[in-house]
Structure formats: structure tokens, C-alpha cells
Design a binder for this molecule. Structure first.
Ligand code: BES
Ligand code: MN
Ligand code: MN
Length: 446
């Protein structure tokens, strides 16, 4: 609860001190559960927290990665309780109660499960593996400085497996392990018309309105089948086999409940794919924000000089973030009418990740979850992104296990984010089992 009270909003520089305080709090926790070499590494952005417990050189090492930074809580008025004043309330999905606060699920609550799980193991002298903690403060802004840190600390970050709880399960009675994440390409566009805001009566009709133009340009980025029209966008997308897709679609899913929960009458996506596929194995393009012209109270008859949008594309394996950004830029410039100038400014990005189900790490996670939930978990691919997962593989050569415990309905990044008490406790129950089985299965191998 104390951790949730600190507003560690990485995107907003006004909260820099709070982000730092959160790093300090994480470091204090790592010290208090008996970790050694606990250190806060400053970066050009927000600090990275490290801690470890090496019990034996002969034992395998699990590195726990997570993030203590959170998304901005806006819009504040849509929260039933203030985002940084955590409270416990019951919901339909969480009859045992859930903690409502920004970061409760993504990802402070899930990081804290690991702290508590390791505390238990360590205090009983039963740590089966060496453990390392790497908890960063810039995940929500693209892990900007973590990449450099990982490159400069290869030895410190050596491990046999990286364990991450920053994803979801299908439901509390259908445990799952995430075996795929999408990549991301994020950019901002600017459409510039006349050199100043104009009277929309005096000039309207003759001078191009950049907001109108931007809307047309954005509308043209999808065709009537819901495909992204950016030239070359699908070139590297792998078409998965019918068998694979069939298997994916066997997970419990109710279209009706999905729509009901979101209060929509129907979904809209790429034709020929199910909702499960649309949000996991298919690439997408979405406007995240759009602005321009007058948005204050009342009316102002203005023909704005500029219009802006933030656009992101979710990517699938083999699509390369930087390439997609270039393709978008070329396409957007090509479709711009002569009456405006356009600028495309890339933000962050990252590659997709896939996790093998044929590894000791997966087997250990599966067995741990099966024991804790009383049900064998199914592998699922998710639509969110954790760019550092592909980076870990590239820089360190280490695989990651994505064993998260949130629910899609936990409202991460939205108002009223929450995390189920059931999920929190189930995580603390599952994690020690993972360490135990990971150690045992590694010994079996030798
Ligand atoms: N924990 C999420 C990613 C996630 C959410 C994965 C749900 C699977 C299921 C993470 O904190 C996140 O929000 N990542 C960002 C990417 C980043 C580059 C801003 C995202 O996916 O938008
Ligand atoms: Mn997260
Ligand atoms: Mn997030």
C-alpha cells in the first residue's frame, strides 16, 4: 500500500522525485528481505534497482525483472477513488476484493509478489536458486536507459532464466502462461496548413484545414477489410498455420461478455481473424491521441494552423520496429496532399517476443501454476509489449518466462486500475514453486 501511494509516473517530469523515492523504497525492501549488493543505479532518466542473493555457484540463477514506474493516471475525474490512495473493494471478477490504485497490477503489485515470495524462501533458508532482482523505472516510457545498462552490466545480469510478472492470465479459473508479446512502433505526426490560425468564415472553404486533412489521412490508414494500408506493413508478418490458430482459439472466450464488459455493440478489426487473433498475433495501427484547433469552453470559429496525432503500431514477430517506423513515415509523407506539410517524429519502439513451451523454464512455470491453481495453465499470446524481453535475448542471450497474474479486466493504464487479492496471493504461492522446480529440473538435466 505504501509503495502504491508514491506517484511514480515516469512520463511526467514533475514526478521525478517521486519516481526516485519509489526506487529507494524498492531498494529498502530488497535489503529488508536479505538481498545483497542492493544498489540504485542512476541513469540519464529514472534509476534502476538491483539486488541479489547468491547461495551457490553450482545453483541456477533466476533474474526477476519488473518495473516500479506507472502510467499517468489521467483522466483523474474518472477514478472512483484517488489513484494514489489505494483501497480494497470487491468486484464481480474479484469477489475476494481487489486493490484499487495506479500500478496495483501494472506492475508494482506484481513486483511485490516476488519480493514477498523471495522473503519467505530466504527467511526459511530454502532458496533453491540464486536470485537477482532488476526493477526499472522506465518501462512505461520504452525502457530508454535499460538497454544501455544491460549492455554495460552483462556480467552482473548473467542468469539462466529471466522471470517476469507483468502480463495476465485468462481468468482466475483458467491459468495461463504468456508465450508471445507484440512489438511496438510509436510516433507523432504533425500536419501544418496556413502559417497562423485563421477566421474560418473568411478563409474557410479555400484554405486546407489541417485537422480535416489529418482525419482523412488517418482514415485512409485502414482499408475496408480492416487491414493497415501502410505500404509494406505486412511484408514480414508470419502467417501462422491453421492448426496453431485453431489451438489458440480453444481458450475460453465469450464474444458477448467481451462486448458487454466494454459496453460496445460489436468489435471491429481485421477481417478473417477472431478477436483472440486480432489482439495477439496480428499487427495493428491505432491513434492514441489527436488534437488541434480550439478545444476550450464554448465555440470559436477558427481554421487551425496545425493538427497533431500520436500513432502507435503493434507489431508481430519478424516485423522490425525501426523498419515499420520508416515505412510509416514514407507512406504518410506520400499520402499528404500538396496543401499541407507533414512531419513524422518517431518515439520509442520495441520488438515482439515469443517464448518456447519446450524449455525447462516453461515446464517449471507450468508445474508451479498447475500446483497453485489446481489446473494446468495454457499458453497464450498477448497483445501488450515489453520491449526489454527481446532485448534481453539479444544482449544477454537469456530467455524470459512471462508468468503474470493480472486479468485483462484489471484496467491497467485505465482509470480504476486494480489487482485482485486472489491474484496477488496466488502469485506469492506460485513463485516459490517456480524456483523450486526450476532448480530441480536443471539438476535433472546435469
Ligand atoms: N505490462 C504491460 C505490458 C502488457 C500488458 C503485456 C498486458 C501483456 C498484457 C507494460 O507495462 C506496458 O504497458 N507496456 C507498454 C509498452 C511500452 C513500450 C510503453 C505497452 O504495451 O503499451
Ligand atoms: Mn507493465
Ligand atoms: Mn504498462
Amino acid at each position: 500500500m505504501d509503495l502504491l501511494r508514491i506517484p511514480s509516473i515516469s512520463a511526467d517530469s514533475r514526478f521525478k522525485e517521486d519516481v526516485k523515492k519509489t526506487a529507494e523504497s524498492i531498494a529498502d525492501h530488497l535489503n529488508s528481505i536479505g538481498m545483497s549488493k542492493v544498489e540504485i543505479f542512476p541513469t540519464e532518466g529514472h534509476p534502476i534497482v538491483y539486488g541479489e542473493k547468491i547461495i551457490s555457484e553450482d545453483k541456477p540463477t533466476v533474474m526477476i525483472y519488473g518495473h516500479y514506474d506507472v502510467q499517468p493516471p489521467d483522466p483523474l475525474d474518472l477514478w472512483d477513488n484517488p489513484p494514489f490512495e489505494p483501497i480494497i473493494k470487491k468486484t464481480e471478477a474479484h469477489p475476494q476484493g481487489a486493490i484499487f490504485a495506479r500500478g496495483s497490477c501494472d506492475d508494482k503489485g506484481q513486483v511485490f509478489m516476488h519480493i514477498k515470495a523471495i522473503e519467505i524462501l530466504n527467511s526459511m533458508g530454502e532458496l533453491p536458486c540464486n536470485v537477482k532482482f532488476l526493477i526499472e523505472g522506465e518501462e512505461e516510457i520504452g525502457s530508454r536507459n535499460l538497454e544501455t545498462f544491460v549492455k554495460n552490466h552483462r556480467d552482473l545480469l548473467t542468469s539462466d532464466i529471466i522471470l517476469v510478472s507483468d502480463t495476465s492470465i485468462v481468468s482466475n479459473d483458467c491459468p495461463s502462461i504468456t508465450v508471445g508479446l507484440r512489438g511496438l512502433s510509436y510516433l507523432e505526426v504533425e500536419v501544418v496548413g496556413p502559417n497562423r490560425d485563421l477566421h474560418s468564415g473568411v478563409y474557410g472553404g479555400a484554405v486546407a484545414n489541417p485537422v480535416n486533412v489529418l482525419c482523412q489521412m488517418i482514415a485512409s490508414l485502414h482499408d475496408e477489410n480492416g487491414k493497415v494500408t501502410v505500404k509494406g506493413f505486412y511484408d514480414k508478418v508470419e502467417e501462422l498455420s491453421a492448426e496453431y490458430r485453431n489451438e489458440m482459439n480453444k481458450r475460453p472466450f465469450s464474444y458477448e461478455n467481451y462486448c458487454k464488459d466494454l459496453e460496445i455493440n460489436a468489435t471491429r478489426g481485421e477481417n478473417g481473424y477472431t478477436v483472440i487473433e486480432q489482439v495477439s498475433i496480428r499487427p495493428t495501427l491505432d491513434v492514441n491521441g489527436i488534437w488541434g484547433g480550439y478545444i476550450g469552453e464554448g465555440a470559436k470559429t477558427v481554421l487551425p494552423s496545425k493538427a497533431f496525432a500520436k500513432i502507435s503500431m503493434r507489431l508481430v514477430p519478424h516485423q522490425i520496429s525501426s523498419e515499420i517506423t520508416e515505412l510509416f513515415k514514407a507512406h504518410f509523407e506520400a499520402i499528404a496532399p500538396e496543401c499541407v506539410k507533414v512531419k513524422v517524429m518517431p518515439h520509442h519502439g520495441g520488438e515482439a517476443a515469443v517464448v518456447s513451451t519446450e524449455s525447462i523454464g516453461y515446464a517449471a512455470a507450468s508445474k508451479a501454476m498447475e500446483e497453485a491453481f489446481g489446473k494446468k495453465p495454457i499458453p497464450t499470446r498477448e497483445g501488450g509489449s515489453i520491449p526489454i524481453v527481446a532485448m534481453f535475448k539479444k544482449i544477454l542471450g537469456t530467455d524470459t518466462i512471462l508468468m503474470g497474474f493480472g486479468l485483462d479486466s484489471d484496467a491497467i493504464h485505465s482509470p480504476n486500475e486494480h489487482y485482485g487479492i486472489f491474484n496477488y496471493l496466488k502469485g506469492i504461492d506460485t513463485i516459490p514453486r517456480f524456483h523450486q522446480y526450476f532448480a530441480e529440473m536443471n539438476e535433472g538435466k546435469v
